[in-house]
Design a protein around this ligand. Structure first.
Ligand SMILES: [Zn+2]
Length: 572
């Protein structure tokens, strides 16, 4: 509707004759041009103005000739734009028109504002529908013609809602492969706490991401779709940041076969098959059920004892091979099991247990206890050890050394009591048992404030840890985080009842994204040699010397710990 163009006068014959047809008469011409509203324009307007949608009864409800006339104008305006010169409307044309109308509207006298507003609404809705179509076919065009936020804010409220906006969202990625007769098609979605958004990549969709990855996206939103300025096949941009990816096969029942074997030169059976079954599928399974907040457990069978036709050896593949033969011969179908534990008397190999990280086979030599079993099974699920960072004179600066099994609170380290020790939040996040899917969340601190976390061991959906920026590797882009947990003497952490210093404060770990072997317990009381007094206690604060970020414990109760975080200059 440019003043410089020939003016178009619109009126609706159907107002007079009860027909759903509009006529357009161009100034200076005598011939009315009859237009039947197209499906596109008709649907749009009908959606927004229900009274226009159906019967003559509804028509009769039109309060005045003028009101109905304006409705007709809306249809005709949209139709005219859509079909000028026989070409479908382009995002460029519609965007330009919308901006021009808004400019007119801002300076228009009150008498014409209503008409302009209706025209803008119609154009905005038509444009929105076009952008939604482009989302699927060419999301780059959506980004190209997206109206900047400050320009959007200049539109009347009634129009603003139909104009796209930049949005950031965090959630769990969903990657759906559609196997079609005309070829495969990938669909990407983001499940946030409140809704599901479909994601559309302006460049190349990443193919290295799996369903379940926790991501943060920023893009242009139209309806429930987001257009992202992203990616190539393996790397992402600021439009798509991977917050965490989790290890595979860490949920639900882990079907396991325990094979009890001895040797021609060592035929001792230091425990019974019943004991091994109880330790593995009762105690150990309960341990994992608690670690995973009810999401992972162990099922299976015990085979043996079998005397292998060899003398004792520390060659793992030899033991596994003969043990598998013996179990198969006894009727076990090995293909039914996901994990295998080979257990035998102590044969002096220099280790109690050993396992393939992220693999299927673990080995236990000698005493068969939760402490060794749950630790080795943690390796099979993909975990490395939980270390401690021993620094002098400060908590995590100065001269530091890593202690391999140094985490005194974690079964993947060296817990002070071998009957328990929850995996720390960095480890659980890798497994997907925190901050993923329906697992309890970790609160990632992005602004100054007071944050509350629940007892770490409690089996509920309350946030179990804080994640606070510590540093970023300039070459790899990987971020090292502080993880803050509130540990209580509960369940498999009951041994903490002897260590009130731990339970009266919060414990801090370091962990680096995409770096599996980077879990470090920090000693917040480096002046002592003990590793059972490492907590940051109520009233105490810790200042990160690199970023200046301050972590302070405001208070603890039986239901949670409140932590004040003041981000420093290096914070994200
Ligand atoms: Zn180990």
């Amino acid at each position: 509707m440019n003043k410089n163009n020939a003016r178009i006068w619109l009126f609706c014959q159907s107002l007079l004759f009860g027909r759903r047809q509009c006529a357009r008469v161009q100034a200076g011409t005598s011939e009315p041009i009859h237009i039947t509203p197209t499906a596109t324009s008709g649907v749009h307007v009908a959606d927004r103005v229900p009274a226009f949608s159906s019967s003559s009864r509804v028509w009769n409800q039109a309060k005045s000739y003028r009101t109905a006339s304006l409705l007709c104008i809306v249809i005709a305006a949209a139709t005219a734009l859509a079909q000028s010169n026989g070409q479908p409307a382009s995002p460029q044309t519609l965007t330009t028109t919308l901006l021009r109308l808004n400019k007119q509207y801002q300076s228009a006298p009150a008498a014409t504002k209503t008409q302009l507003l209706l025209q803008m609404e119609a154009i905005a809705v038509q444009r929105q529908q076009l952008l939604l179509q482009l989302m699927k076919s060419d999301p780059g065009q959506v980004l190209r013609y997206a109206v900047p936020g400050n320009v959007r804010a200049d539109f009347p409220t009634q129009v603003e809602g139909a104009i796209e906006a930049t949005q950031q969202a965090t959630g769990v990625l969903q990657v759906l492969m559609e196997d079609r007769s005309d070829g495969a098609r990938l669909h990407y979605g983001l499940k946030t706490a409140s809704e599901r958004l479909s994601l559309h990549f302006a460049r190349i969709a990443p193919t290295n991401l799996l369903t379940g990855s926790r991501v943060r996206v920023q893009g242009v939103r139209v309806g429930n779709s987001l257009a992202l300025d992203c990616c190539n096949s393996t790397t992402t941009t600021s439009s798509l940041q991977i917050l965490s990816t989790v290890l595979p096969n860490t949920f639900r029942g882990q079907h396991t076969l325990v094979l009890l074997v001895n040797f021609q030169n060592n035929t001792s059976q230091p425990y019974t098959a019943t004991f091994a079954a109880n330790e593995t599928f009762s105690k150990n399974s309960q341990f994992y059920e608690e670690m995973s907040y009810g999401q992972t457990w162990f099922t299976g069978n015990v085979a043996g004892w079998y005397k292998l036709p060899i003398n004792s050896t520390c060659n793992l593949s030899t033991i596994a091979s003969y043990a598998n033969q013996a179990a198969s011969k006894a009727g076990f179908s090995l293909s039914n099991y996901q994990r295998f534990v080979y257990a035998f008397p102590s044969i002096g190999c220099g280790w109690w247990g050993t396992a393939y990280i992220g693999g299927t086979q673990a080995f236990v030599s000698g005493s068969y206890r939760l402490a060794v079993l749950s630790h080795e099974l943690g390796h099979l699920l993909g975990l490395y050890h939980s270390h401690a960072l021993n620094c002098q004179p400060k908590v995590d600066t100065g001269t530091c050394s890593s202690i391999e099994y140094g985490d005194t609170l974690d079964m993947m380290g060296n817990p002070s009591d071998f009957e328990g020790g929850h995996f720390n939040a960095f480890q659980k996040e890798r497994l997907g048992w925190l901050n993923y899917g329906s697992s309890p969340p970790i609160l990632t601190v992005q602004s100054n404030g007071s944050y509350t976390i629940g007892p770490y061991e409690a089996q509920n959906g309350i946030a179990k840890a804080l994640k606070i920026f510590r540093s970023k590797n300039s070459s790899t882009g990987q971020i090292t985080w502080y993880y803050v947990e509130y540990r209580k003497a509960m369940g498999f952490d009951s041994f903490l009842s002897n260590y009130s210093e731990i339970t009266n404060g919060v414990v801090l770990h370091l962990g680096t994204s995409s770096t599996p072997n980077s879990s470090d317990l920090l000693d917040l009381r480096p002046s002592t040699t003990s590793w059972m007094d490492v907590a940051l206690d109520v009233g105490q604060s810790f200042k990160d010397p690199n970023t200046g970020t301050i972590i302070k414990v405001s208070g603890v109760t039986s239901s949670g710990a409140t932590v004040q975080v003041t981000l420093g200059s290096g914070g994200n």
